[in-house]
Design a protein around this ligand. Structure first.
Ligand code: SF4
Length: 242
């Protein structure tokens, strides 16, 4: 399916993206990871396809990461699931009352998010967690369509890391928000209010250091910093937080 083609429901879009093969390098890598596997996951039947967003389609808060991990979401079939980054993220959402349980194990495990959706600007696992610029741009229409569907309810977006921030700015412009010039810079707790081009409600964009072990194991991003940032973005979006 062409992600720019109209019109689908968000659930149909989520299903359609799982069949995308537009980036040959990433298709090869995600399938190679599933063939070789990591020793600890030899008994897993890897998902090995693009990862759709996760969470209710009428969410008020959207969290945007980078791309699936080869042995994380590419294995489990759910975004931010199966690696340390996701463990901290879901535990934090649960502590704020934004998830019904603190852990995410795999697609279909009963986890539900409250008012929050999580998605990525690149839907397939890249080598070294580094998608190319052209792969990022090829995947962009999927995120544009996702945010267009959510436009009636979304009020806050959190970019988890500089890659997400840079990827989001053209996505948000395409989805109907004004991006200031010069473009706002990424930083932890950076906050920009983006007016809607159609006079609708504005969108609040927040920056947050990515929840990768590189940041959390070094203390660059502490659990308290993550919790405070997500709580602020959720409250701005009108969500009750614990
Ligand atoms: Fe398709 Fe995006 Fe995966 Fe590329 S990264 S193959 S555009 S889903």
């Amino acid at each position: 399916m062409d992600p720019a083609a109209p019109p689908l429901t968000l659930a149909e879009l989520d299903e359609a993206v799982t069949h995308c093969r537009a980036c040959p390098r990433l298709v090869s890598w995600r399938e190679e990871a599933a063939r070789v596997k990591r020793r600890a996951y030899q008994d897993w039947d890897y998902w090995a396809r693009p990862i759709p967003g996760f969470g209710p389609e009428d969410a008020a808060l959207v969290l945007v990461g980078l791309a699936p991990a080869a042995h994380g979401a590419n294995r489990t079939g759910r975004i931010f699931t199966g690696d340390p980054s996701g463990d901290l993220l879901y535990a934090t959402l649960h502590s704020l009352g934004l998830a019904n349980r603190p852990t995410s194990v795999r697609a279909g495990d009963g986890l539900a998010l409250h008012g929050v959706r999580i998605t990525d600007p690149v839907r397939c696992a890249p080598p070294d967690n580094k998608p190319s610029t052209s792969e990022r741009d090829t995947c962009r229409p999927w995120l544009v369509r996702e945010l267009e569907f959510m436009r009636p309810t979304v009020r806050s977006v959190v970019a988890l890391g500089g890659f997400a921030w840079q990827a989001l700015l053209p996505v948000l412009a395409a989805a109907g928000y004004e991006i200031p010039r010069p473009r706002p810079a990424f930083g932890h707790a950076a906050h920009v209010e983006l007016p809607a081009t159609d006079g609708g409600p504005p969108l609040h964009l927040y920056g947050c250091y990515h929840v990768s072990p590189r940041n959390t194991f070094t203390g660059r991003l502490t659990p308290e910093m993550l919790s405070d940032l997500l709580a602020t973005a959720a409250r701005t979006a009108g969500l009750p937080v614990g």
